[in-house]
Write a protein that binds this ligand. Structure first.
Ligand code: NDP
Length: 301
């Protein structure tokens, strides 16, 4: 039987989006500003197409303007960077997101470097990564930002002194997550594929953030009793029903074995319905933040 509090990221994200809609309306009334988010998709990757459609719908639903740019799979790097530079100059565009992955002829680092850091709502530009590492204000990657909001909701604003373990060291999740936890005065360990005694490392953590991309790798007995577990992983595995699986049906699981972990943890995010919905909500939050900074106005309360 589950003992842990199940952290409802879907409901939290909806509340955040409702609040953002009111803030966007207030920004329009007070300053005549309407935030605009440009999303660029290169190629036909089916998952990326779904993400881009969802982002566009969420942007419009919040009262912001959505600009979608779809380029063919054969687009060269110069053409994409030219588009990014046009969006940098466009005053109606406050946020720019280039959907990853990009086709192999394009270097994602070169494209991200071309984005104006003030419009880099994904927070991937080296200037924003540096600002986060130095504890300076900037734009923070959406998924780790969403994880921090969930942690603060469960544990309160003061996380100081807690032992946090981040499993994974990618630039889009693990590293910025560790920086945010450090800025919140946690004692932070970052684990990765070369970490020794991984289960023991996990067992010491009051806060465990799993962003590893390995289905159900973190077992129940890796978790400290009462710990708060944030599962970032999104993994597609065969359906539990053998007939459905034989027909190719799948289900989503996280990086944490949920049922086992929920018997030990104090609180845990489910997959789906945990961190996932926070990512788009934080993209909208970053777009609002970027708009206000670019125009020298405070974010409406
Ligand atoms: P990456 O593949 O970029 O990074 C995975 C990290 O996990 C690496 O640091 C890697 O270590 C580490 N790792 C891999 N295998 C092991 C292992 N056996 N033991 C210990 N560490 C290991 O993934 P991302 O950070 O991009 O994503 C992680 C997960 O989060 C994925 O499931 C992804 O789908 C999901 N995700 C979810 C989002 C959401 O909105 N909820 C957004 C972004 C990602 P090393 O560096 O040594 O190779």
């Amino acid at each position: 039987m589950s003992q842990a509090r199940i952290i409802d990221g879907k409901a939290f994200a909806q509340r955040l989006r409702d609040r953002l809609s009111l803030q966007v309306a207030a920004l329009g009334e007070a300053h005549g500003l309407q935030p605009g988010l440009a999303v660029v998709l290169v190629g036909e990757n089916p998952a990326s197409q779904v993400y881009v459609r969802n982002k566009g719908q969420a942007t419009v639903a919040s009262g912001m303007r959505s600009f979608e740019h779809r380029l063919p799979d054969t687009t060269d790097q110069r053409t994409l960077i030219d588009l990014v530079e046009r969006l940098n100059r466009d005053p109606a565009v406050n946020g720019i997101l280039v959907q990853l992955p990009l086709p192999p002829q394009i270097d994602p680092a070169a494209v991200i470097a071309a984005i104006d850091p003030d419009k880099d709502v994904d927070g991937f530009h080296v200037e924003n990564a540096g600002r986060l590492a130095l504890g300076l204000p900037g734009l923070v990657p959406c998924t780790p930002l969403g994880c921090m909001m969930l942690l603060n909701d469960v544990l309160g604003d003061d996380l100081s002194g807690r032992r946090a373990l981040v499993l994974g060291r990618s630039s889009i999740v693990g590293k910025p997550m560790a920086s945010l936890l450090l800025a919140a005065s946690c004692t932070v360990t970052t684990a990765h594929s070369r970490t020794r005694d991984l289960a023991d490392e996990c067992r010491r953590a009051d806060i465990l953030v799993a962003a590893v991309g390995r289905p159900e790798m973190v077992r129940g007995d890796w978790i400290k009793p009462g710990a708060t577990v944030i599962d970032v992983g999104i993994n597609r595995v065969p359906s539990l029903d053998p007939l459905a699986a034989s027909e190719g049906r799948t289900r989503l699981v996280g990086d944490v074995a949920f049922a086992e972990a929920a018997r030990v943890a104090g609180a845990i995010t489910p997959v789906p319905g945990g961190v996932g919905p926070m990512t788009i909500a934080c993209l909208l939050l970053n777009t609002l933040t970027a708009t206000c900074r670019q125009n020298g106005v405070t974010v409406p309360a």
